[in-house]
Design a protein around this ligand. Sequence first.
Ligand code: PLP
Length: 448
Amino acid sequence: MSSVFHRIPTLRLPVAVKGDGMYIIDRDGKRYIDGYAGGACVSCLGHSQESVVEAVRVQIGKMAFFHSAMFTSEPLEELASILTTDAPEGLSRVFFTNSGSEAVETAVMMARQYFVEIGQPQRKKIIGRRSSFHGANLTALGIGHQLLRRGPFEDMLADVFHISPCYEYRGRKENETVEQYGQRVADELEQAILGLGPNAVMAFIAETVTGTNNGATPPVPGYFKRVREICDKYSVLLILDEVFCGLGRTGTLHACEQDGVAPDFLTFAKGVAAGYQPIGATMVNERIYQAIVSGSGTFKGGYTYSGHATACAAGIAVQKVLRGPGFLEHVRTTGNLLSAGLSDRFGQHPHVGDIRGRGMLMTVELVEDRSTKSPFPASQRLSSKIYQNAQARGLITHALSGTIDGYVGDHVVICPPLIATGENIDTIVGLLGEAVDAAVLEVRSRVD
Ligand code: PLP
């Protein structure tokens, strides 16, 4: 009997004992190719990056930890300096956390404190988007819109107003161009701000490219430019959450570079230390930092392990690889291979409605009927069958349900470690194809 309170205690999980590049190996010696970067889009350098292992070993040997409110440390200073290099315009300071949820919570707390410091305490409302995920602590759960997880906590969550996501496959009307669609959904932000009261809204938060809830869904061109304009018009702060899609995942250091916008806050976690240590970060605009420094002088948030020296040492080693010569170019090349491989395998598949994504973050959305885009009934549990079939074949992937509205629809997210080779991509796409076909067959044979 396990004493662990597992998230789904009824699941019989394999025991992972070793990582080897693109592979994770269980206690029985079975090797799984990693199509989901550590099971959560985390392990961007795979599972045995020696330079990171060595950096952690050296730092623990010298000084594992001391509270960052009492001492700064060399790894903390260096990692902040690396992260602010090549940051979107104005983002000059970094606050460290232990996770993505805390990075989001920190951005929200800083936004609120900023308005209090500058004499606008009435600004406290947040606008988010449906189909978003920003983490599982109560703050992030309230801001996001993962309905199944919000369930029992609904009455305790922050009062957040949610507008439409930018989800072209399901949202664009037939008579609209892609650009018109983007402007229409971005304009929902302006309507929401006016509805809530322009002086009452503090921040708008969005994932630049969504990660989990409706799969890897990039914004259409022009969407975030319009969002930025609206935020500027009403002095609403823009928080872009790149916990999932940031730090190289989309082929550029920051996903928002490709949308030509700079937010007021940018949150990270997974790609900071690639799973070799738990760490998250909130990058903040200089103007907000200065308002807090010249106001009360103290940020009221923070965690015991913020700026943990060993986690920062791992982060430095990871960032050196990510920002090293040719790495992002490699990501763009393999991202193109992934996209082409998925199109070859699933482009004509009778149960694949959409293939979307950016760089090494892709999604295949399953439908029962391509022409009507109707999903499989949730009761068929297609996504969990895909997951099981993939796992049985030695592929780790993430197949999720609730794509359309939190309850219905199925999709698979494919985001392998960024070190993947073309051969790895072929293996992943091939195994995924087999898993999808086998799962659809299971579902269909139960229907017929
Ligand atoms: N934000 C986004 C976009 C995420 O995808 C996630 C987790 O998947 C989080 C925040 C929360 O990160 P964590 O699980 O590290 O708290």
